[in-house]
Each structure stands twice: as structure tokens, then as C-alpha cells.
Design a binder for this molecule. Sequence first.
Ligand SMILES: [Zn+2]
Length: 309
Amino acid sequence: MTTLLLTHPACLEHDTGYGHPERADRLLAIESALEAERFHYLVREQAPLADLAVIERLHPKAYVEMVKAAIPARDHKWLDPDTVVSPGSWMAALRATGAAISAVDQVMTGKADNAFCAVRPPGHHAELSRAMGFCLFNTVAVAALHARAGHGAKRVAVVDFDVHHGNGTQAAFWSDKDLFYGSTHQMPLFPGTGALDETGVGNIFNAPLKPGDDGDDFRAAFEARILPALDQFAPNILLVSAGFDAHLRDPLAQLRLVEADFAWVTEKLMEAAAKHCGGRLVSTLEGGYDLDALASSTAIHVQTLMGAS
Ligand SMILES: [Zn+2]
């Protein structure tokens, strides 16, 4: 397998301030874990800058310009009670979305089998015209529209195992039957969406989990609700919102997953991609706020993508 790893030092320059859980140390922890010998065969690339026209396939131009105008010359500016920008945030956001766009380009053209984007800020809470939940642009949804408009992928699936529901991705996909969104997440929890009966046009598959649920509950939810629907949808490319905050050590939620559960779900998603779309899979980092759990969970996710588990 050729597995691509895309990241960029600009993603470290999105400064969220003292005590914010979504911090640059998260990427440093991942980077350090991926220095291990077993990651020698990763193809490592610097993320390019996203083309604004590609971001604007999803987000209205007025919103993109609002985000750019909000970037302060110094210190911080809060866009909502959770979401803050600093002088480095604009370039970080363009590298984060640029990573996912480039990953889609390379996987759709067969230059890589699959890819992981180690980037921040995360994306799945960003709505079309609204930054929220640490997110500015909806990276995975931008990548989905790019797979379709740029590469002719007819059906694009996003599977999201972050502990929070990807309200932004769901909203973006809501009325488009050729876009699939499947999510496991803790409920009740921020952002409050993701109930079983939120089904879009039959293309949205939510599998809420209760606080305290563990890997067995997570796997059962995937097998009952997400994987059969994904199989029926038969995507031309599979995108993954890979958040690792469902780990038992994560401070922001109360699920009790361990590294083996992230390996399991990665394998299941790879099997679905192999069956329907030549293995084409692009995964992008969302949450994960305990540095050790984030590093070890990301490592096993990437190791599984490499087929080296
Ligand atoms: Zn999350």
C-alpha cells in the first residue's frame, strides 16, 4: 500500500491561546509518534495551500472573506465561544483544507492508495456560513465536493468517528442523495445534533452512543447502522473524519474506546473502500484532546491504513 501523510508546519501557527484543548501540541504529539521505524514507508508531503475556488464550492465567498477579515494582526479574536483565530489561522486553514484536496487528487488519480491528513484546525463542525466548535472551514466536506467536481466521483461518502457529531458535514450533505454521511458520536454532547431520526434524504446515518459506552457498543453501532448503509451506498471514494476523542482518556467526552477500536474501525472502512472503490480512502484529523491517547490512536490508524497492522 502507498499511504500518503500530508501535514504542514503552518498548522502549528493556528494559536488558540492558553488552556484551549485544540492546540498545536496535538500535531507535535502525532508527529512524534509517526517518527517510529514502522512508519518509514509513509510518503510524506507538505500540504499545499487550498485554492479558494475549491473551498468556495462549499462555503459562500462572503463567508470565506469574513473568516479572512476576522484574522487579527496580533493576539486572538473569538468567532464563537469555542472558536478562536490568531494571526496564523488563515494559512493554517488553507493548509488544512489544501491537504485534504491534494489527498483526494492523489488518491483519485492512483498516485496513492490512501492518505491521512495530520492537520488543524479541524473541520466537521463548520457550517456553510458559520465557524463553530474549533472549526473554520469544513475540510472533509470541501474534499467531498472536490472529489465530485474535480474528479467525477458520482457518490462520495464521509464516515465520522469523532466523539462529537459532525453537524457541519451533515448540514452540507443533507439534501444531496449522492453524498453519504455516517457518524458515531456521544449523545448528549456538543453540538447537540446527530439523533437517529436525522436522516436527510435517506443519505444520513447517525448512530448516537451513550456516555460510558465502550468499544463493544461502538463496534455494534457501526455494524448495525453505518457499515450496511455504506455498503448499500457504494461510494466512489470514502472520506473519513478521524477524531480520536472517543478514547477513554479524552477529557472532552465520556466514551471508552481504546486503540484497538480505532484499528478495528479503520480496517472495516478499508474493507468497504476495497469492495466499492479500489480502496480509495482519505482520512483527515478532527478531534482528540489527550495527547498520549491522540498520538497512539492516530499511530494505529495510520499503521492500519498502511496495511502494516
Ligand atoms: Zn470531537
